[in-house]
Design a protein. Structure first.
Length: 117
């Protein structure tokens, strides 16, 4: 009985993680692969990439991207160049004793940010 409960719980967590939407957080924080990554490229210039969930729209990602841009620049005064892309990965379905893998594609919003000095 305990094994069955464990398997059902694992399946439910995997399913819900696959259905999650992007949240405002760094990408490497938490259990999901969604969120932002940023790199400082020069003085007052940054590269910010926002990785979304399959269910996220680019409009939602842009809203989250701009929120991060305002925090980085500490104001609404910035210039941005945004590009809509996608990133690939794998999804899986666990039906004991089998695991089925499939390729998937999720939205990615890449942007260059220039903060006003």
């Amino acid at each position: 009985m305990k094994l069955r409960t464990l398997l059902l719980t694992t399946m439910a967590i995997a399913f819900l993680a696959g259905c999650a939407s992007a949240t405002y957080k760094p990408r490497n924080e938490g259990l999901t692969r969604f969120g932002y990554e940023e790199t400082k490229t020069a003085e007052n210039e940054y590269s910010i990439d926002y990785y979304g969930a399959k269910s996220d729209s680019y409009e939602k990602l842009e809203e989250l991207w701009r929120k991060r841009a305002e925090e980085v620049c500490k104001s609404h005064n910035y210039q941005a160049i945004l590009a809509k892309e996608a990133y690939d990965g794998k999804t899986f379905l666990l039906i004991p004793p089998f695991i089925y893998y499939d390729k998937a594609s999720w939205p990615l919003l890449k942007g260059k940010l220039s903060c006003a000095a």
